[in-house]
Design a protein around this ligand. Sequence first.
Ligand SMILES: NC(=O)C1=CN([C@@H]2O[C@H](COP(=O)(O)OP(=O)(O)OC[C@H]3O[C@@H](n4cnc5c(N)ncnc54)[C@H](O)[C@@H]3O)[C@@H](O)[C@H]2O)[C@@H](O)CC1
Ligand SMILES: Nc1ncnc2c1ncn2[C@@H]1O[C@H](COP(=O)(O)OP(=O)(O)O)[C@@H](O)[C@H]1O
Ligand SMILES: [Mg+2]
Length: 295
Amino acid sequence: MIVDQVTDLPRPPQRPASGHKGTFGRTMLIGGSRGMGGAISLSGMGALRSGAGLVYLVIPKGIADVVAGHSPSYLTIPLPEDDSGRISSITYADLKSQLKDKDSLGLGPGCGQSDHLKELFRNILLHEEKPIVVDADALNMLADMLDVLHEGPVPRVLTPHPGEFSRLANLPIKTIDKHRQQVAAEFADVYDVTLILKGEKTIVTDGHRMYVNPTGNSGMATGGTGDVLTGIISGLLAQGMLAFEAAQLGTYLHGLSGDLAAQELSQPGMISSDLPRYLGKAWQQFYALHDSGKG
Ligand SMILES: NC(=O)C1=CN([C@@H]2O[C@H](COP(=O)(O)OP(=O)(O)OC[C@H]3O[C@@H](n4cnc5c(N)ncnc54)[C@H](O)[C@@H]3O)[C@@H](O)[C@H]2O)[C@@H](O)CC1
Ligand SMILES: Nc1ncnc2c1ncn2[C@@H]1O[C@H](COP(=O)(O)OP(=O)(O)O)[C@@H](O)[C@H]1O
Ligand SMILES: [Mg+2]
């Protein structure tokens, strides 16, 4: 397998002067559960500040008010929940009309795991042709049904940390840490996905190209930072970027937000909700360096 090392960053989504919120895409994020409303709220903030026009959060009804209260900029779609406060009852057929006009999806932040969610995500991955980011508990459930990646339409972006990748690829974390590029590229090639293997120097690969992200710092090793990344990439996909490019730019901007947050707040003093707040500054720096201030 020949894998090209990519260093150049892709062009960001265009922002035509006449653009309206429909121009910049609708992304829908499905997740959250009792005790983990923060995860889907953080993803929503990442999506909003990635430039997406409309951000929909599909959540269990028990956390709907808390999540909606996190930001007035979200649209929320509350669903029935089970005894543990996870999304339940609703089927893929029930959700179809909501999914229809969305440009991208993000599955998993804080959703928990259940047979019901697994079946719902299985159907979405099998049948939805729009780009989908798969993270967190959606990845853990995907580990038991990897066949959907072969059968379903592409593009799919998977965002595991090494613990999640170990479950997906059925490899020990030690092996993953030792051969990060190789195991990530092999998995991406076999399953025809864009894989983001997170951690220090996050890897983005589609099995043919490999990007090693230079931004980020260990101040980002704090709960919820990965949830923000899922939202950023879902938002870039909604704006029409291709999967590998959205993953690459999203990972770069996410790490840069972390670096800018650490500069002002210190590594121990920064938290995941700071990342969306610094994403605006990260965009400014990106445009200044890479796109002559068009943003
Ligand atoms: N505020 C919230 O509501 C939050 C909710 N979260 C949700 O909590 C659920 C569980 O996610 P977690 O990731 O905590 O659980 P996991 O059990 O998947 O991951 C935690 C374990 O993975 C391994 N791991 C993680 N990063 C690693 C690295 N760089 N190198 C080696 N091993 C590594 C470690 O063994 C670690 O204890 C998800 O649904 C997630 O979205 C978390 O995102 C934290 C914040
Ligand atoms: N030491 C580090 N250096 C750079 N980035 C890091 C480091 N530790 C964690 N990160 C980044 O923080 C994020 C953590 O994601 P994840 O483990 O999914 O967190 P959570 O599920 O709590 O949101 C990833 O984007 C990862 O690359
Ligand atoms: Mg995570």
